[in-house]
Design a protein around this ligand. Sequence first.
Ligand code: NAG
Ligand code: NAG
Ligand code: NAG
Ligand code: NAG
Ligand code: NAG
Length: 754
Amino acid sequence: MGVMRVLILGLIAPAAATNIVSLDELNSALDASGGSKRVAFLTQANYDAVHTVLSSNAEVVICDGNDVAFPYCSSTAAMIGYITDDEGTFLAGLISGLPDATSAPSLNSFSSSVVSLRAMLMAPVYSDETPHGTLSAATSSMDLSLAVDAAIVALQSSGADEKVRQSNMPFEFIAAHTCRIDDPSLYTVPDFGAAQGLLRTTLDDRILKVGALGPYDWGGNDGNYLVSPPVGFYPDWLTEFCKAFNSLKGSDGVRYNSSGNITCERVYQYSSGSVFEDLFDGASFVTEPYYIVDSFYTGTGESCATDQECRQANLESEREYCQNATGGAEGDLTCGHPSSPRFRHFRLSCSTLGVDSTFMTKRGASPSPVPDQDLTVSDAAYTVDGLNAALQAGVNKKVAFLSQANYDAVQTVLDDSVQVIICDGSDATYAECSSTDDMIHHILQGDFAAGLISGLPEAHFDQHLNIFSSTVVSLRSMFMAPSHSTEMVHGTTEPSKSSEDLSLAVDAAVVRLQAEGEDEQAKLNNMPFEFIVIHTCRTTDPSLFIAPNYITATGLLRSALDGKSLKVGALGPYDWGGNDGDYTKDPPVGFYPDWLTAFCEYFNALAGPDGVRYDANGTITCDRVYQPSSSAVFKDLFDGVSYVTEPYYTVDASYTGTGEDCSADSDCRVANLAGGTEVCSTSTCTHPTSPRIRHFRQSCSTVGIDSTFMVAKNFTFTPIDSGDVDEVSGAVLAVACWRLLGALLALLADPCSS
Ligand SMILES: *[C@@H]1O[C@H](CO)[C@@H](O)[C@H](O)[C@H]1NC(C)=O
Ligand SMILES: *[C@@H]1O[C@H](CO)[C@@H](O)[C@H](O)[C@H]1NC(C)=O
Ligand SMILES: *[C@@H]1O[C@H](CO)[C@@H](O)[C@H](O)[C@H]1NC(C)=O
Ligand SMILES: *[C@@H]1O[C@H](CO)[C@@H](O)[C@H](O)[C@H]1NC(C)=O
Ligand SMILES: *[C@@H]1O[C@H](CO)[C@@H](O)[C@H](O)[C@H]1NC(C)=O
């Protein structure tokens, strides 16, 4: 039956049953009276990462050997022992990745819906915001970053990461992209002959130096770097990356390997601090793909005698601090930086992947039967792998999508044998299929094996459909205008319009909102609505996100404080449908409006180190500046008419120009294009389609939005070989699985995500 990645190993749903197979059920069990409420974690940090999605009735046990009641719980194995014992000592436990193959049969496993985003890090170029960045053109990572992004997108769009996963089972990842992968040609590749900086060095020496931790054996199938060559998911991923890098060619058509193969050579260090030191010093050029985005930078850890020997930094002394382990001045001194978000210190590549953590509960002795049926539920079409196995083996291979773009977004996770039906009225056979309802109708009739939508179907379909995550997540954030730089020539040069201080305040408010679970609250108030927690800023200690002082704030933050109005760039006013947001109402209602209301409260409550609250002189209102298109919203950002966008902006989408009226190119905004400005085409200013991340400053990520597969509950996959005993029955419960879904159907059809 092919390879089965059964993410949700549990098979049955009712909250009353012994089998708990989803986060909602786990929370119901924690909220119900009776039964163990203990939920175990390997570290406090693991609990902190998921605490906002877990019922507050959970009795938290940290299995690090220090728990007074459970001193022997200090490993995953011990944790599983307490979950599966006869007493059911622990109701559930959380691990990163999947349980081992021996324990798996006695456990139900399901996603925490909290995803950790990974990327490759590079040294930044010198700027006011990154004074530790490189100064010389020879050490610039600018061209290299273009090539690295192009190689990552080429790898992802070919599905090579999925193939690497399949050859390292069990291994799971979430496709959470900050760079859209449907058209790799949109990513600029510097010409071989003209490449500069670290890319020049790489091409000339035919060695790409990759900063790596270890060599360690990370366990599981992640990667064992103690053997030569290293084996596992991440080593294989880097091999594929290296192939894609070798195959790059710029507009001159010269392949990067044209004067011989470029090898990716690891430069090992035992700590991340030392890996970062190598990046800053040019001893390595880019890190391994497993670096966690929402983590902190704490300095390079170099030995020193005085601050002056340490690296430049945006700190009081303008250098990292030369201190001992306890912050004093005696003994072994090293260069340290107060914990600060990594993304303010490094250049990030396109995201490589998202890593999920998994809750485990005890599986009932015998699988529960389907209510009203005498069958035992089989692990069939309620995971993408289950669907793929069924498509491979079955007669009906039709899967429906509302648009080609929807298919493109998930095509790498679907089996190649899929027969794609686009329900936009264009299909020859199913011309009448042009809406979600039509699609569901065909699914229930058995015409289509499955369908995909963004968000959730209406609640009344729940009894007929199995719904599960596509595992492809779209990341959202608030956008701001960048400051001027050689890479962002369209950025503002006026200090009064700088978003630098504003971005610190926005991030501080976003992190505080998320740490308090206000986003979860907005979700609960707008059900059905789902999102995935996928943070680019860690929420465990919001105090690490420092807001500027009221008195000294500059730029757009100054304007917001003095004018008592934060101008928010918004699309519409539209009614996005579902519970996303109806902005035609006054005040607007739905998830995103509630999110912004909470954001605004946290923004008002911010205070810098001097303790003066932002609303000290009266409440600051968050005032929407509506525009009918994203292009016009972006124009407002660049002009300082709005300061920051709504939280729903898709990170991995494209920028295509401001769309302003023009009669000649010179009427248009400056741009990193041959003519020096955007192009005046049919009287509007346009920019060749280009990734948004190269045009805007992004806030901390706000939410992740998933798309959803639907399969009819009574659908039976008929195997091609009718003698095949492995017939896959689709008869499972809707509540199973990953309900990590969102509802941005309307946004998909909108310029915002085009
Ligand atoms: C470059 O890589 C391609 C694909 O692996 C290969 O076919 C070609 O021979 C390589 N070129 C050189 C000069 O090594
Ligand atoms: C480069 O690698 C490709 C395959 O990876 C191989 O076919 C080719 O011969 C190699 N070229 C050189 C110059 O080593
Ligand atoms: C750090 O320096 C302080 C004096 O400034 C000293 O009291 C302390 O013991 C030192 N700690 C370590 C770990 O060396
Ligand atoms: C509030 O406004 C008053 C008058 O405009 C000013 O004197 C005072 O300094 C302001 N307070 C703060 C905290 O800026
Ligand atoms: C599934 O049930 C629907 C009614 O809910 C029915 O119309 C359809 O024929 C059934 N499909 C199969 C394959 O049994």
